[in-house]
Design a protein around this ligand. Structure first.
Ligand SMILES: Cc1ncc(COP(=O)(O)O)c(C=O)c1O
Length: 458
C-alpha cells in the first residue's frame, strides 16, 4: 500500500488522504501532499506548475491511485473467492487510450458501450477477447464489429438476439451474456438506478424462460453468462449481495434450459467519497461481501461456484483524478452569496448541473490557508446553473489562484462537451514527479473540425 507523509488535518484544507486509505475512500488522490512551497503535489508533481506547463483547466490523473484501485479489486477477489474471478473496467467512466491501456496492464478486462469505446480499447492494445460490449440499442454495425473482434456481447433485448443470430454462424459462434433487470432497488440518485424493473436496460424477468429456450435453439449463440447492473454510487452492500442470489437462481434455470452458463456478472456501482459525508465500503469490503454472498447462494442451492465478474467504473478512476482550474472574476451579491468564477465548469464536469453532485476543492497554491469563506464557485458557461461548488468552505480566493476539485476521474471527461465552444481540457498522467500527456487540449481549430461551410454562405 502506498503511503503519504501528509498530515490529515491541515489547519485549512483538510482532504489529504491518511495512510492506508482505500482509493475510493480518499477525496484527493493517494499521493497528494503539500510541498515546502505550500503547494499541492500529486504524483510528485507540483500542481500550480502543471497548470503553468499544460494550461487550465486541466485533468490530473495519479497513476498510483488508479493502479492501486485495480490491484485492490484483483487482490480482493483472489483473497475472498474460491472460484475464478474477472474484473472489467466500465470504460464509460473515462474512455481514452491511456486509461484503457493502464487498466488493462493491471489484468482487467474492459466493458464498452459503443463502437467508439470499443475502437478506443482496441487501439489501446486490449485484445477483443477481454472486451465486453454492453448497451441497450447497439446498431447492427456495432454488433458486427464486436463479433469480428472476438468480443463478448452482453445482450440486452430480443432485437439484438435476432441480429446476432444472423451475424454469427454455428461454425463461428459469438459468445454472449444475457442482461436481466433483477428487480433490486438501491438508494441512489434516480437517474442512475438501473436494476429495478422499470428500466430501459436488459430483459424483464418474465421474458427470460422464452429467451433461454430461444437461445438454446441457436448454436451460433454461445451463451456463457448472465449479467445485471443495479445502479451507481451505491454505499450499501446488501443490494449486490441480494443480486448474487437472484443471478444464481436464474443461472440454474438457464442451465436447465440447456445454456452453458458458467459466469455471473454483478455489474458495477460501488460508491466513492466525493465529500466527507460519503461513506462507501472499501473496495476490499465490497468484494468480500459479494464473494461471501455468492458462496452462500451456491452453498444453499448445493451448486458449484460460477466464475464471478464485476465491472466497476467510478470506484476505479474517480479518486485518481482532480481538475485544476484558474480563478477569474468574483461577484458579491450582498447578504446572499459570493460567486467566484473559474475557467471551466459544466463542459468539463456536467455532473453538478445534471445530478446536483457535490465535490470538495482546495486551493493548490496556498494549501495551509484557513477556510474562512463560504463561496459558490461558478463555471464560465452561459447557464445560471453552471455551478462547480455551491456554498463551499474555502480560503479567500484571488484571481489566478489554482482551485483543485477532487474526485473528477469518473463521468467528467467522458461526459464533457464543447458547450459554448469551449475546448475540452488536456489531461496529464502523473507519477514519480513526471507528467505525461494523456489527452491534448482542444484548440479552436479542433472546434471547427466537423464544421462545413456551404460555399454559397462563404
Ligand atoms: C452496465 C453498467 N456496468 C457498469 C457501470 C459502472 O458503474 P460504476 O461507475 O458506478 O461502477 C455502469 C454505469 O452506470 C453500467 O451501466
Amino acid at each position: 500500500m502506498l503511503a503519504t507523509n501528509s498530515p490529515i488535518n491541515l489547519s485549512g484544507q483538510r482532504f489529504l488522504p491518511p495512510q492506508n486509505t482505500a482509493p475510493n475512500q480518499a477525496i484527493l488522490p493517494l499521493t497528494a501532499q503539500v510541498n515546502d512551497q505550500d503547494h499541492l503535489e500529486i504524483g510528485g508533481c507540483d500542481v500550480p506548475q502543471l497548470v503553468q506547463d499544460y494550461g487550465s483547466a486541466l485533468y490530473i490523473v495519479d497513476e498510483s491511485t488508479l493502479r492501486i484501485a485495480c490491484q485492490q479489486y484483483r487482490d480482493s477477489f483472489d483473497r475472498y473467492y474460491a472460484g475464478e474471478a474477472q474484473v472489467i473496467y466500465a470504460s464509460k467512466a473515462w474512455s481514452c487510450l491511456g486509461i484503457c491501456a493502464l487498466v488493462a496492464s493491471e489484468g482487467l478486462g474492459i466493458d464498452v458501450v459503443s463502437g467508439g469505446e470499443l475502437y478506443t480499447s482496441l487501439q489501446a492494445g486490449v485484445q477483443g477477447e477481454r472486451i465486453y460490449f454492453h448497451g441497450n440499442n447497439k446498431s447492427t454495425d456495432e454488433l458486427r464489429y464486436a463479433y469480428e473482434e472476438g468480443c463478448t456481447v452482453m445482450v440486452d433485448n430480443w432485437l439484438e438476439l435476432k441480429q446476432l443470430s444472423a451475424i454469427a454462424t454455428p461454425e463461428h459462434p459469438i459468445t454472449i451474456f444475457l442482461r436481466l433487470t433483477p428487480g433490486i432497488e438501491c438508494h441512489t440518485h434516480e437517474y442512475i438506478q438501473t436494476g429495478h424493473l422499470d428500466s430501459k436496460f436488459g430483459f424483464d424477468p418474465n421474458q427470460l424462460p422464452e429467451v433461454f429456450a430461444w437461445v438454446a435453439e441457436h448454436p451460433q449463440l454461445h451463451c456463457t453468462g448472465l449479467h445485471a447492473h443495479i445502479g451507481s454510487q451505491i454505499f450499501e452492500r446488501q443490494p449486490h449481495q441480494d443480486l448474487t442470489s437472484v443471478l444464481v437462481d436464474w443461472m440454474l434455470k438457464a442451465q436447465a434450459a440447456g445454456l452453458p452458463i458458467t459466469t455471473l456478472n454483478i455489474g458495477g456501482g460501488l460508491g466513492i467519497c466525493y465529500t466527507e459525508a460519503d461513506d462507501p465500503p472499501t473496495i476490499e469490503e465490497w468484494v468480500k461481501a459479494a464473494c461471501n454472498a455468492m458462496q452462500k447462494a451456491c452453498d444453499i442451492r448445493n451448486v458449484p461456484l460460477p466464475k464471478i465478474m464485476c465491472e466497476p467504473g467510478r470506484s476505479l478512476v474517480a479518486n485518481s483524478c482532480v481538475t485544476a482550474y484558474t480563478v477569474g472574476s468574483q461577484k458579491q451579491v450582498p447578504n446572499i452569496r459570493t460567486y467566484v468564477a473559474v475557467d471551466g465548469g459544466m463542459s468539463d464536469n456536467p455532473r453538478p448541473i445534471t445530478y446536483q453532485s457535490q465535490y470538495r476543492a482546495v486551493i493548490a497554491n496556498r494549501m495551509a490557508d484557513p477556510t474562512t469563506e463560504t463561496i459558490t464557485v461558478a463555471g464560465k458557461h452561459c447557464e445560471s446553473g453552471d455551478v462547480v461548488l455551491k456554498d463551499a468552505q474555502l480560503p479567500a480566493l484571488q484571481t489566478d489562484d489554482i482551485l483543485v476539485v477532487a474526485g473528477t476521474g469518473a463521468y467528467n471527461y467522458s461526459m464533457a462537451s464543447n458547450y459554448n465552444r469551449i475546448g475540452r481540457p488536456a489531461a496529464v498522467l502523473v507519477q514519480n514527479g513526471q507528467a505525461e500527456l494523456l489527452i491534448r487540449r482542444e484548440t479552436y481549430a479542433d472546434l471547427l473540425r466537423q464544421d462545413r461551410l456551404p460555399e454559397r454562405l462563404a
